[in-house]
Design a protein around this ligand. Sequence first.
Ligand SMILES: CC(C)(COP(=O)(O)OP(=O)(O)OC[C@H]1O[C@@H](n2cnc3c(N)ncnc32)[C@H](O)[C@@H]1OP(=O)(O)O)[C@@H](O)C(=O)NCCC(=O)NCCS
Length: 157
Amino acid sequence: MKAPINSYIVVMVTIRTMAESDLPAVKGIEDVVFTDPWSFQQLREELEQKALAFVAEDEEGLVGYAFARPIIDQVEILSIAVARHKQGKGTGTVLLDYIIAYARTQGIGKAFLEVRVSNTAAINLYKLKLFQVLSTRKGYYSDGEDAFVMEKTIDFA
Ligand SMILES: CC(C)(COP(=O)(O)OP(=O)(O)OC[C@H]1O[C@@H](n2cnc3c(N)ncnc32)[C@H](O)[C@@H]1OP(=O)(O)O)[C@@H](O)C(=O)NCCC(=O)NCCS
């Protein structure tokens, strides 16, 4: 029998609210995937400040996480990260979908974020989810790199 032309890898991850006990695993991923990782204290503060914080788990454990912050009628997506060896399998998409779905349940109509202009993987993910580039913030990051501000209207249909 002829083999299918395309194969698809579909991840099975569970999304749940982040707990303080997740922070060491979160920090482990943070340090590997970001050039300017948040400190353990910054991660803890974000969690304590009642940010929306979710983790993705598979059979091996914690494989990704996301932080977001509701601001009145908008939600700011602060961070989405997936363990390097688990990237490219749909986990980032699931985390982003989860935040958007959560925002929708809260009647939030817009999501926005900043992303490094060089971060093609993240920009592609956001564009796939219909985020649009609104503007550029010059020298937004500590190393001088610019950020795109991206925004998405959340539909309630
Ligand atoms: C950005 C990130 C969260 C994406 O997570 P992921 O689980 O790898 O993404 P997915 O598998 O769900 O991919 C969804 C889409 O993103 C885009 N994408 C993901 N990885 C990509 C890559 N290496 N190059 C280009 N596009 C990529 C693609 O459009 C992809 O859709 P496709 O599979 O149909 O082509 C992940 O790469 C990551 O953790 N990066 C480091 C941290 C970071 O930069 N976070 C974002 C800034 S806050």
